[in-house]
Design a protein around this ligand. Structure first.
Ligand SMILES: [Fe+2]
Length: 89
């Protein structure tokens, strides 16, 4: 997508999250936050691309679907056995 838009992909990586917490529940909560941040970024992309680029709009929608499914998967892993209500942190 970056090259399609005339850019050059960076090989740099962002800040790494290291909380030193290694409990599975803590790791899943960190994952939940990551998925929320990713979804929020794609919602922002959708907002700024609406009416300007069908390609970017559809890309953003596709990525939002993926991130919301990831959010649901992580949320289900955080629920106590038998809980059907969404996990709330
Ligand atoms: Fe994701």
């Amino acid at each position: 997508m970056v090259t399609l838009l005339g850019g050059h992909p960076s090989l740099k990586i962002g800040t790494l999250l290291e909380t030193e917490k290694h409990d599975v529940g803590d790791i899943l909560q960190e994952s939940l936050e990551h998925e929320k941040a990713a979804a929020a970024s794609y919602y922002e992309l959708l907002k700024v691309s609406e009416g300007k680029s069908i390609l970017l709009e559809e890309y953003a929608r596709e990525m939002i679907v993926g991130e919301e499914l990831h959010l649901d998967e992580v949320n289900k892993l955080l629920r106590k056995s038998g809980d059907v209500k969404p996990f709330r942190s």
